[in-house]
Design a protein around this ligand. Structure first.
Ligand code: DGY
Length: 328
């Protein structure tokens, strides 16, 4: 079996594949490859007689029917090294009998913790304070500088109540005494029974009531621009937005307007609408925390993702339904 791993992932996953006797080729792209780059690599391999049975992709690799056809009918699986798989056209894959898998579960806590870090960072004005000190502006204790905001007894509104939303509810509800409200297309008993979260049956109700809105939905046509100018207008005056999900869930232009007009007090963003491009306006704002899509960047999480991505391939090759299978 031949496997094309598009970019370097932790060795633990690669070793699992090699131990099975599979041949693993790894792309040496320094930045996310375009479809053209992937096609070039695949065609070069084909010239050497290598046809791929599996593709192990990252969340930035565009996979559609055209690419699948170029790889050929022997392709059995595209194993995405991410929980989100909006980079893959699942319908195209299904039509061609190609299994698509993701890596759910393992790193929900890292992403939830990153969400908490963003909320605490914004409300304690942590990065702003750090910049203040480094700029030599600290001239002695002053009771009036860098006043923050409390979070205890405030309301966290979670949009998207999968595993990550669940952990956010746990950390902020149990740990920080916040009231938790949420919306999802389906109710989550763990959130309600274990963390006392209150369910609302529209996202608007959550957006209107929350002091902090945190996004944990997958990127789908129905969630693209979930946060648009209408929904920003519905937010509480002085509320905060956190996005650790996918950039296009937020209409960035509308977010910039909501921040400029002081409708909202701040935002924490780990993902961007036009990633890796970041809006110049957002970069100038002190009440915004920007991180480069690193919410799951922990050794433990990365290793777990590599293990799961490899296991998904092994299971598929050995005729089992892979645990991360998303399109059958
Ligand atoms: C994912 O796996 O989808 C995350 O965005 C990685 O941080």
């Amino acid at each position: 079996m031949n496997i094309f791993v598009t970019r370097k992932i932790p060795q633990i996953g690669l070793d699992m594949l090699s131990r099975k006797g599979y041949k693993v080729d790894m792309g040496d792209f320094k930045v996310p490859p375009t479809k053209k780059d992937l096609v070039k690599y695949i065609n070069k391999s084909a010239k050497k007689g290598i046809k791929y049975d599996a593709l192990l992709t990252l969340l930035t690799d565009p996979v559609d029917g055209e690419l699948l056809d170029i790889i050929g009918p022997q392709l059995k699986i595209v194993s995405n090294y991410a929980v989100g798989y909006n980079n893959i056209n699942c319908e195209d894959a299904k039509k061609r009998g190609v299994v698509i898998t993701n890596t759910p579960g393992g790193f929900s806590d890292c992403i939830a913790e990153h969400t908490v870090a963003m909320i605490l960072g914004l409300t304690t004005r942590l990065s702003e304070a750090d910049r203040f000190v480094r700029a030599g502006k600290y001239k002695g204790w002053d009771p009036m500088i860098l006043i923050g905001t409390d979070i205890s007894k405030k309301t966290i509104g979670i949009l998207g109540a999968g595993k990550i939303g669940e952990r956010v509810a746990m950390h902020l509800g149990k740990g920080f005494g916040m009231d938790v409200i949420y919306y999802d297309v389906k109710r989550n008993e763990v959130l309600e029974n274990d963390y006392g979260a209150v369910y609302y049956d529209t996202p608007e109700q959550v957006i209107q009531k929350a002091d902090f809105v945190s996004l944990h939905v997958p990127l789908l046509p129905s969630t693209t621009h979930l946060m648009n100018s209408e929904r920003f207008a519905m937010m509480k005056q002085g509320a905060y937005l956190i996005n650790t999900a996918r950039g296009p869930v937020v209409e960035e232009k509308a977010l910039v307007e909501a921040l400029k007009s002081k409708k909202i007090a701040g935002a924490g963003l780990d993902v961007f609408e036009f990633e890796p491009k970041v809006s110049k306006e957002l970069m100038k704002m002190d009440n915004v925390i920007l991180t480069p899509h690193i919410a799951s960047a922990r050794e433990s999480a990365r290793n777990e993702m590599a293990t799961l991505a490899a296991q998904n391939i092994i299971d598929t090759f050995e005729g089992r339904v892979a645990v991360g299978c998303v399109n059958v």
